[in-house]
Design a protein around this ligand. Structure first.
Ligand code: HSE
Length: 283
């Protein structure tokens, strides 16, 4: 039996809006094998229909791109830890799974970069896809094609994800953003994002706190997350720094020490950086 393990990712990391992402250890697993017809097992009922299942849609996209006849599969959800619509890369996780499964079923005809290009095109932006495929901390961008640079992330950092019980659709979180920004805000984000990468690479907690200033998205999105001030205050008082994970509503706290934090209706999980990224194994 073949199994794909796919991870949660946290995009943006404060000032790195639509560019930075990190792979965490929270994972989902799916088994897959060729089948005469599609069989989708153990998923939430609404995803059991192949036409509603983002893994299958992404899987089929590879066959279409390569002009191949679609080979149906039996796909079984074995482990489900990555919550949907919480800013932890659940859609990127489905898309990358579909593309990697298709590549495996077709005999590994695609390079890792081709998997990255296809998955990023399906998702529309590469900031969650890149850390999931390459592992670790990435900065991604697009000119003619998608590009990503992987950075070392100091392994002593702890990434505490604070996941609320409510969802926030990315489309809603993007709808509150301004259409244009000032030159001063652009300059602020460029400088702070470079400093943030340096801080994560070198394990410099003081620099990380100084660098974590965003002018592009957090100001507009934080009002959508009522409890965000609680986490900001907690971070300030506990040698941590606080940011929105992806488009939210999950809040990400980065610190050197484990954080003793809890809040009603919020699931709080300490994570570390995952340097491997998604992979397929045989059992
Ligand atoms: N960079 C994206 C955003 C992540 O913040 O909207 C969500 O997919």
């Amino acid at each position: 039996m073949k199994i794909i393990r796919t991870y949660a990712t946290s995009a943006n990391l404060g000032p790195g809006f639509d560019c930075f992402g990190i792979c965490l250890n929270l994972y989902n697993e799916y088994s897959f094998e060729k089948s005469d017809d599609y069989e989708i097992k153990e998923f939430n009922e609404k995803f059991c229909n192949p036409t509603n299942n983002l893994i299958i849609k992404s899987y089929e996209e590879v066959f279409k791109l390569l002009n191949k006849n679609i080979i149906p599969i039996k796909l079984t959800e074995l482990v489900h830890n990555i919550p949907s619509s919480r800013g932890l890369g659940s859609s990127a996780s489905c898309i990358v799974s579909g593309v990697m499964i298709a590549n495996d079923i077709l005999g590994n005809v695609l390079s890792v970069d081709e998997v990255f290009q296809i998955a990023s095109s399906i998702e529309g932006h590469p900031d969650n896809v890149a850390p999931l495929i390459f592992g670790g901390l990435t900065c991604s961008f697009k000119n003619e094609v998608f590009h990503t640079i992987k950075f070392n992330c100091d392994e002593n950092f702890k990434f505490t994800v604070c996941i609320p019980s409510f969802e926030l659709k990315t489309s809603v979180a993007r709808s509150v953003l301004p259409k244009s920004i000032s030159m001063a805000d652009a300059v602020s984000n460029i400088s702070h994002s470079v400093a943030l990468i340096k801080a994560l690479e070198t394990g410099d907690m003081e620099l990380l706190k100084i660098a974590n200033v965003d002018k592009l998205h957090e100001t507009y999105r934080l009002p959508l997350i009522n409890e965000s001030n609680y986490f900001k205050d907690f971070a300030e008082n506990n040698n941590a720094t606080c940011m929105i994970s992806g488009a939210g509503p999950t809040i990400l706290l980065i610190s050197k020490d484990s954080l003793n934090i809890s809040l009603n209706d919020w699931q709080i999980i300490e994570q570390s950086v995952n340097n491997q990224g998604a992979y397929i194994y045989e059992k």
